[in-house]
Each structure stands twice: as structure tokens, then as C-alpha cells.
Design a protein around this ligand. Structure first.
Ligand SMILES: [Fe+2]
Length: 255
């Protein structure tokens, strides 16, 4: 974790928020903490927050994979710690990990429209729950470059309206630039729709290694600005506040 902090400091970030995954599944997902490990994770961040207090602002977040079967357990875990932000996301559909390079989805199997429909249905269902602040990597399904044949504009519009009504924000996740789709999550089109509806963004690197902290921010920030945004949202103890997208943010990313 200290290597991630060091990288954030090196590229001039003013704050870094850890947003490690919590995926509650059987058997346990190897890329996630188990519920029993959350307390170690939270405590580790508190120690680092203190240690680096004069250097960089460190925040504690959690990205929880949405699983309605475990909603009560998720609510219980989330309420036990004073996290700064809780993200919610979808990685599994029909028991298939749509992010995995080994999945049928990545291999070009499964009907594209069917899976997109399923994803949006689950996203809509996720919005009936109230334990989170941001939706992470909103259109993750496009990771391997697979696009639906039919249009889902109406469904996406309804989901975004619901998002606004609940005062939730979206994560602008830059890891998509590393994959076949080669663009941020969500797409420019969705970012523009969000701007029209007044939905704000946080910025996320999805860094699975320290070198990736701040990756592609040089593309993501101009994307937000060109869609009309002058501010991003940040969270402290689950309370949102606005920070201006300043010119120094753009310069810092070139390091
Ligand atoms: Fe994720």
C-alpha cells in the first residue's frame, strides 16, 4: 500500500483513496478480501493516513461487488467502519466473471445483446439498494471490445435518471485504456448524458499495481472538461464535496 501512496506523491496527487474489492462469493474470489479481512484493510489505511498526514491525503474506500443474495451482510460490513466512500459495481453475470480474460465473454461467446440486457437489468436492480455512494466502471462490459447490436439508450437513460435521483456519483475509471476497448469507463456518450443530468464523477485508476496509480489521467481529465465539467466530486466519511478540475491536475499527470 505504501508503494501506491509513493506513486501518488511522485505524480503530484493531493489525495489517494484506496478502493479495494470486496466480492462476497462462494468459493472466495482470489482478487478480493474476505469479509473477515476488511478490518485489517481499514486499520492499515488508518495507520498510513496518520503516517503520511503531512504529505498526502489518504482515504479509505471499498468497492463492493453487487450481490443481492448478500445485501444484508454488505450493509452490515459497510456500516461497521467509517469509510470515506463506498463504490458498487458488477463483475458477475450468470456466474460468469465478465472482467476475466478467461471468461466465455472475453472469448466472444454468449449472445452480446442478451448479456448487455442482463447487465443493465442488474445495474437497475443495484439502484434499489442504498449502501453506496458511487457506481464504479459503469459500462465495464465493453472491456473486450464487445458492443451490443441493439441500442440500450432507453435503459441507460433510465438508470442514469435513477442515479441522479439517488444523488449518486459515477467513477470515471481509466483502466479501460489498457484493454481492447481502449477508452475510459464510461464512454464519452455516457459522460455527456451524465453532465446533462447533473451527475458528478470521481476519478479512478483501477490500479492493480503501484505503477498504475494516475494512469491515463492525461486523457480522462480533458474528457471530463470537454463534456462540460469544471468540478469532480470527492468524499470524506461518505459526504461528497466538489473540487475544481484545475490546470495543475492536467500538468501533474504528465510526470
Ligand atoms: Fe472493479
Amino acid at each position: 500500500m505504501e508503494a501506491y501512496i509513493q506513486k501518488a506523491v511522485d505524480i503530484g496527487l493531493k489525495e489517494i483513496c484506496f478502493l479495494d474489492h470486496l466480492i462476497i462469493s462462494e468459493p472466495a474470489n482470489r482478487l478480493s478480501m474476505t469479509p473477515g479481512e476488511v478490518s485489517f484493510y481499514f486499520q492499515a489505511i488508518q495507520l498510513l493516513k496518520h503516517k503520511y498526514r503531512s504529505v498526502v491525503d489518504i482515504k479509505a474506500g471499498l468497492e463492493v461487488d453487487f450481490n443481492p443474495e448478500h445485501a444484508d451482510l454488505i450493509v452490515d460490513i459497510v456500516s461497521r467502519y467509517s469509510f470515506d466512500v463506498i463504490g458498487s459495481s458488477l463483475h458477475f453475470l450468470d456466474g460468469m466473471n465478465v472482467v476475466s480474460h478467461g471468461s466465455k465473454w472475453s472469448q466472444g461467446e454468449n449472445d452480446t445483446d442478451y448479456i448487455y440486457g442482463l447487465y443493465l437489468e442488474k445495474l437497475d436492480n443495484m439502484l434499489d439498494y442504498n449502501y453506496y455512494d458511487i457506481i464504479c466502471h459503469f459500462d465495464l462490459l465493453k472491456k473486450f471490445g464487445r458492443r451490443p447490436l441493439k441500442t440500450f439508450d432507453k435503459e441507460i437513460d433510465e438508470i442514469l435518471s435513477k442515479t441522479k435521483k439517488k444523488n449518486l456519483s459515477l467513477e470515471l475509471n481509466t483502466s479501460g485504456y489498457n484493454h481492447p476497448v481502449n477508452e475510459a469507463y464510461p464512454s464519452r456518450e455516457i459522460i455527456e448524458k451524465c453532465f446533462e443530468k447533473g451527475i458528478f464523477f470521481t476519478l479512478g485508476s483501477d490500479a492493480h499495481k503501484p505503477e498504475s496509480v494516475g494512469q491515463h489521467y492525461d486523457k480522462a481529465l480533458p474528457l471530463l472538461i470537454s463534456a462540460g465539467y469544471s468540478h469532480m466530486v470527492t468524499f470524506e466519511k461518505r459526504c461528497p464535496s466538489m473540487i475544481p478540475i484545475a490546470s495543475h491536475h492536467l500538468k501533474a499527470k504528465k510526470v
